[in-house]
Write a protein that binds this ligand. Structure first.
Ligand SMILES: [Zn+2]
Length: 498
């Protein structure tokens, strides 16, 4: 066994709220022992100096989109529905190189900002491909980051999925929108099956999942097909549920019940199921998720950026929902900063009512961004904590950085003060991926040049898609808010005005 020892740091125990001086002994990719400072190490152990470092478990991003990283900053005042309308412009026409680059760029940003694993819902049009998913997997493997990669799929376009939207489009827009149609149900299910069957990565590092993107963008047969594949191959299932009010209202119109109640009736909820967002869940929805041991990936930054609303994480925890935290894609986030996501999770909980006992504590936010997210990724009990037997995914924060001066409370400062600027080094599976603020696995100058070239090519390739978006914006931008004015009563603590 190859041994490494991290000497002289303070080891964060989130649950206990402590950060005592200790050394961490790592064998291969796993933490073997946490020992008093200066304890003897096995012969030949590599010694890493962690003096004046706070060691915390790598943050786990429960929801992102690798294809979104070339689209950061491309929009401003977008609802979720405008973002979906903009997708062909901001994420369309990707070649193989760009699929890899976009994902790698996000992975680099995440590791530099203390995140060591993510759940990536990756999109290819009109259907996922084994080669496209292999490129995405390779991007994470090359950075040295852990990832769950779920092809994000549907068998209905956005314009087919929202009742009345297609009819509301002026005649000249109907033909170009018809071209955005997705592949037939069976073709996409077959494509996912092929990718799952041929998965070549070490599943401890890069593993697959399946993401029927939004329930009503999928026929029931399609959702059942995805769930069947997830069961057959023992992988996770992830879907955007109750993200926007338009979605919640559409669920009722299409199903005659909430999206969650419908998914429950289809029999697809379970411990491997993750709801992304869950802003518009009612108490019954949350109870169903909690009873099935399912997870919610809470994306407070994206939920505010897109005006989707404020998710009630306390109500979720009360119903035993496993809570994870994510950034969402850079096409609607517009960064990949899990410290910010944790901080916003805390703040979003605190603005919802005066009863401070119901607010998310920093401890709860930090546990959600580590162990909770890890459980959603299917890495529960293996990543997200610094303890013997857990993977050596360790972030080293510089305690001489102003974020940590003075050192008052490790968990409060991790969640409310740290913003990623104190990240000094990052280890994933016992391997240093960031060493003294430098990513060691990727040539950043080369990445910069390739990204700049990709950006220029895509701007030209998607010029027509941009014009299409400009034409769609006034229609979608008034039809969907109109739909969202429909009263929708969510009975729960702090009920919002309707
Ligand atoms: Zn998403």
């Amino acid at each position: 066994m190859a041994y490494t020892i991290l000497r002289g740091g303070r080891v964060l125990d989130i649950a206990a709220g402590t950060a005592e001086p200790a050394d961490i002994l790592i064998g291969d990719d796993t933490i073997r022992e946490i020992v008093p400072p200066g304890s003897a190490a096995p012969e030949g152990a590599i010694r890493i100096d962690a003096t004046r470092r706070l060691l915390h478990p790598g943050l786990v991003n429960a929801h992102t989109h690798g294809h979104g990283n070339l689209a950061k900053g491309m929009g401003d005042r977008w609802t979720l529905e405008l973002l979906l309308s903009a997708a062909p412009w901001i994420t369309g026409n990707r070649n193989a190189e760009e699929k890899y680059l976009s994902t790698q760029l996000g992975a680099v940003e995440m590791v530099l900002k203390g995140c060591t694993a993510c759940y990536d819902l990756s999109f290819e049009w009109p259907t996922p491909t084994t080669e496209g998913l292999r490129l995405v997997g390779q991007a994470y493997a090359d950075v040295g980051m852990r990832a769950v990669i779920a092809p994000m799929v549907a068998d209905r376009s956005f314009y087919e999925a929202i009742p009345g939207l297609h009819d509301a489009l002026p005649q000249p827009l109907k033909a170009p929108v018809a071209e955005l149609r997705l592949a037939p149900t069976d073709a996409t299910i077959a494509a996912i099956r092929a990718a799952l069957r041929d998965w070549s990565f070490d599943r401890d590092q890069v593993k697959p999942a399946v993401a029927p993107t939004i329930p009503h963008h999928c026929s029931d047969a399609f959702i059942l097909g995805c769930a069947g594949l997830a069961r057959e191959f023992g992988v996770g299932l992830h879907s955007h549920v109750g993200e926007s009010k338009v979605q919640a209202i559409t669920g009722i119109r299409v199903y005659g019940r909430t999206q969650t109640a419908h998914l429950d009736a289809l029999g697809v909820l379970g411990p491997d199921f993750t709801v992304a967002h869950g802003v518009w869940l009612d108490n019954d929805d949350m109870a169903r998720l909690g009873d099935h041991g399912a997870s919610v990936a809470h994306n407070p930054g994206s939920n505010m950026r897109l005006g989707s609303g404020l998710a009630d994480t306390r109500a979720m925890l009360e119903r035993r929902v496993n809570l994870g935290i994510g950034t969402d894609g850079a096409n609607c986030a517009d960064n990949q900063n899990m410290y910010e996501a944790m901080r916003l999770a805390s703040f979003v909980s605190k603005v919802q009512g005066p009863d401070w006992r119901r607010w998310l504590s920093t401890r709860e936010a930090a546990l959600a961004a580590t162990e909770g997210s890890a459980r959603a990724l299917g890495f529960g009990g293996r990543i997200g904590r610094l303890a013997p037997g857990w993977k050596a995914d360790i972030v080293m924060l510089d305690l001489d950085h102003p974020n940590w001066l003075p050192f008052n409370d490790p968990v409060n400062q991790l969640v409310h003060t740290e913003d990623g600027t104190a990240v000094a080094s990052v280890m994933i599976g016992g391997r240093l991926v960031v060493d003294n603020r430098r990513v060691v696995t990727v040539d950043l100058e080369r990445l910069r040049d390739r990204v700049a070239a990709a950006r220029d090519r895509l701007a030209a390739a998607n010029a027509d898609n941009r014009r299409l978006y400009d034409a769609l914006e006034p229609v979608v931008g008034s039809y969907c808010p109109g739909l969202a004015r429909t009263p929708y009563h969510v009975h729960r603590y702090g009920a919002r005005a309707e």
